[in-house]
Each structure stands twice: as C-alpha cells, then as structure tokens.
Design a protein around this ligand. Structure first.
Ligand code: ZN
Length: 129
C-alpha cells in the first residue's frame, strides 16, 4: 500500500479487511487461540502459525469511560471509549455508539473516514421483540 499508516506488514491485512467492513483477528492454527492486536507469533503457544480469521463482530462491553474533554480534531466530546471482549476472546479498545453499559452485548459497526479505511466501533445489539 502507498499509505504507510495502513501499510505495515503486520497490520495491512486488518485494514484491507476493514475496507470491506470485515473485522478480522489473528488465529493460531497450532493451538486455536485468537489474538488482537496482531503479532508475528501466537501469544499462547509462541507458534508463528498465525493467520487472519474473520470475527463474528459480536462482543461484550468489558469496560468503558466517557471522554468529555477535547483532545484533538476529529474527536468531538463527549464520546465513549471502551474495552470490548470479542466472542473470539481478544479485547479491543474501541468507541461505543449508542446507549451501552458494562456487560452489554454489542456488535461491530463501521465509522467511515474516507479516504482512510473505516474504523470499527461497537453499537448495542437491539433487543428481540
Ligand atoms: Zn498458538
């Protein structure tokens, strides 16, 4: 890729998938562990047999906080920064959109940032019925 912010060899597959609005995490073919962010080897068994695998996009809110102080362009407070635990296991720092609490089930949504790849954020899963 020409844009080196998204062209790092380790992270490029993540951003390429993001352009297709697919959330991917690394999965180890030796022991089955999933991990995020990407590393060149498996954190669980140290195998280098890690490959990208599409995640369900489903997660649970592990921790969250509301940012009320402006820190830079493009981040208009208030907004919610959260740690979500993907159903595949890894935790991921993200933004929450919509009304969420710790423990809530959430799903990935995508925030457009043309021309950059969209950013994965998480939103509440609507309750059935
Ligand atoms: Zn492993």
């Amino acid at each position: 890729m020409s844009d080196d912010r998204f062209g790092d060899a380790l992270t490029a597959p993540f951003w390429e998938a993001a352009r297709e609005r697919r959330l991917v995490v690394q999965a180890c073919t030796a022991c089955g562990a999933a991990q995020f962010y990407p590393r060149p080897f498996c954190l669980a068994c140290e195998s280098d047999a890690v490959e990208w695998s599409e995640a369900s996009g489903l997660a649970q809110v592990y921790s969250m906080t509301t940012v009320r102080i402006p820190i830079g362009a493009g981040f208009e407070p208030p907004y919610v920064v959260a740690l979500v635990e993907l159903d595949e296991g890894p935790r991921l720092v993200t933004n929450l959109v919509g009304d969420c609490s710790i423990g809530d089930r959430v799903r990935v949504a995508w925030r457009d940032r043309d021309p950059d790849p969209p950013l994965p954020v998480f939103e509440p899963i609507p309750k059935e019925g």
